[in-house]
Design a protein around this ligand. Structure first.
Ligand code: SAM
Length: 229
């Protein structure tokens, strides 16, 4: 999988890949990353990438020309690129999307800055538009990192223990059951006694029950969605 980050601020993105699981994924060739700066594609004297909003409105917008030139080049080089625009107005990014997108060959994340990107660019080039939550960030870099991280861990060979993927939150529409490790008693609170007895069938039933209760308590929206299925 190749991730191309289209951003005015490469340094906001690149350090994330310098440690831990994604560093190893890069080293082993499971993922590749590269960066494209819209400023390198401008055809104006001062390499401007933003302008006032048509019809008025606070703040500046990224205008089409540099992004269009950049994305045309990427598509020429690889017609199979899958282009994603992070945006507050996008559909919510979910685990099911992370799993689906992990099968792509080359994903391009186009980070907006200022008040965002001229809508016509998104319509022309966007294969998908995703929001990572109901709040407004200063730019798309964090959202692109969030998505590329979630996608990467679903690529075969990126995680050390792939079994952990099956038991995680959202896999079956619920949150993962509470997890515990040593010590058996921490500040007076004990690990559920069945977890210490080693009967896997009982532990499994208990975890399922706790997962349901946790989902109902923390994410009633998920709980109701599952009930409706
Ligand atoms: N004016 C836009 C609006 O109200 O919808 C907000 C633009 S925001 C300040 C600048 C950029 O940050 C966006 O173009 C997008 O790339 C990114 N962004 C901000 N919030 C986001 C979110 N919740 N999910 C994904 N991307 C987001």
């Amino acid at each position: 999988m190749t991730f191309t980050f289209v951003t005015l601020f490469e340094n906001l993105v690149s350090p994330y890949f310098e440690d831990s699981i994604l560093k190893r994924a890069l080293q082993s060739g499971k993922i590749k990353i590269d960066f494209k700066n819209p400023r390198d594609y401008t055809d104006n004297k001062h390499n401007k990438v933003d302008n006032y909003q048509a019809g008025g409105g606070a703040g500046l917008l990224m205008f089409p020309q540099p992004l269009s030139a950049l994305l045309d080049e990427l598509k020429r080089d690889n017609p199979n690129v899958h282009i994603i625009f992070p945006a507050p107005a996008g559909k919510p990014f979910r685990q099911i999307d992370a799993k689906r997108l992990a099968k792509k060959e080359h994903i391009v994340f186009v980070s907006g800055r200022y008040e965002g990107i001229d809508e016509r660019v998104i319509e022309e080039y966007g294969d998908e538009v995703f929001s990572i939550g109901d709040y407004v960030l200063t730019g798309g870099e964090l959202a692109s990192l969030v998505m590329s991280d979630a996608i990467s861990r679903n690529i075969k060979g990126v995680l050390g223990n792939e079994d952990s993927l099956d038991e995680e939150s959202f896999e079956d529409g619920t949150l993962e059951a509470p997890s515990f490790t040593k010590p058996n008693i921490f500040k007076g609170s004990s690990i559920p006694s069945e977890f210490l007895k080693g009967n896997h069938a009982i532990i499994c039933t208990l975890k399922k029950e706790m997962s349901g209760l946790k989902t109902k308590y923390f994410r009633p929206d998920l709980f109701l969605r599952n009930k409706g299925q």
